[in-house]
Design a protein around this ligand. Sequence first.
Ligand SMILES: [Zn+2]
Ligand SMILES: [Zn+2]
Length: 426
Amino acid sequence: MKILTLSFLALFVISCSTENNQTSEPITNSKEKPGDYRFERVYGETPDGYPLPLTGIPITKQTVIVKNENGSIKEYPSHFTPNEQLDKEEMRITCLGSGNPPVRMRQAGSSWLVQLGNGENFIFDIGGGAVLNLWSMGIPMGELDKLFVTHTHLDHVGGIFPLYDAMGWARNTPLRVWGASGYDESLGIAEFCKNIEEAANWHNTSKIGIVPSGGMKIEANEFDYSKFSKENPRQLIYNENGVKIYAFPVDHILQGAVGYRIEWNGLSFVFTGDSVPTTFEAEQSKDVDVFAHEMFIDAPTFAAKNSMPLQIAENVVSEHTPPRKLGEIFNIAKPRLGVGTHYFTNDDTIDPAFNGLSSTYDGPVVIGQDLLVINVTENQIVCRMAMTDKLMWAPPAKPSDEKQEMEEPVREGRTPSFVTETRLNN
Ligand SMILES: [Zn+2]
Ligand SMILES: [Zn+2]
């Protein structure tokens, strides 16, 4: 099935909801299966008419945004699948983690993947569980070596170990990680990366002589947070192959928290991690194509749903952005598409989010879900959900020119002989 226009999708949605009587119950009967096993729920809507989570439909009423109806319009399949080609001039943005702590089964910790038509991939944050979604996208691991960290809260970096684990054959070069310095050395990204490497010492040492070790390193690219100022609001921290990535500070408790703006081929994406809403971040995100910004539920709901004392919930919420404030941010930045993410997407939280957003903003907005895919061209932005393989194999990597030398296995500290002598022969 192809989707081309919003009206077409609306028809698709209406027909689904009629067939399934708008139920949102889990599937219990094979006759009620949705179109694909990868979506666990039949289609259903909130009282205000927004798609419910986990139904294979983006949470928005506007999945297609067209600048010029007479301009070039690209047709897409109704769902993204990993073998789908990206056009040379196109940007594809995938939400790998839309969640909050505690990480939930269908909402991994914060993470976004940006894929460019020139074949390059960029990862922004890697929260717990996000790598599961990333691997399901079927991208060769060797092509996933660039990570940009907004801040080192664990819901944004807790998934770094499986990304770092190059597995010997998958990535034979270091994982490259960008992030800001902190108030002191111990709080910067360089120290964080060093500590990750040290924590993986047993893992790395054990693999010497078994697999090549070229990928067992982290290359930290720390930029100086103290250089940001009113006069110098952003720093160009990546500039290769026509891809520019700027960092700018956001208001999130400690020094070192930043947002990123990636620009390539006239297309752009901003991701701000976590923040209290400021006009500063909104100004840095002006006229961006897609702006993914955090959004938080209200303190009483947060406390009640997470069995948390209200005072603690209020403390947490005060460091984040409520939907009506995110609307104000979008009103300044004027993105072609706003994304409210890092949000608890439950059946009863969707309408309050859109109510808050629409009280201050009337542009197109989608709520982040894991494996929301956004294709961006000059004339069009299309939101779909990905149908990925939950048991995906690693696809072949591009052949590397570099010969990987195998080191001698370590001799000391191996499993003692009183254990190895009892090995059962194959
Ligand atoms: Zn945070
Ligand atoms: Zn967070």
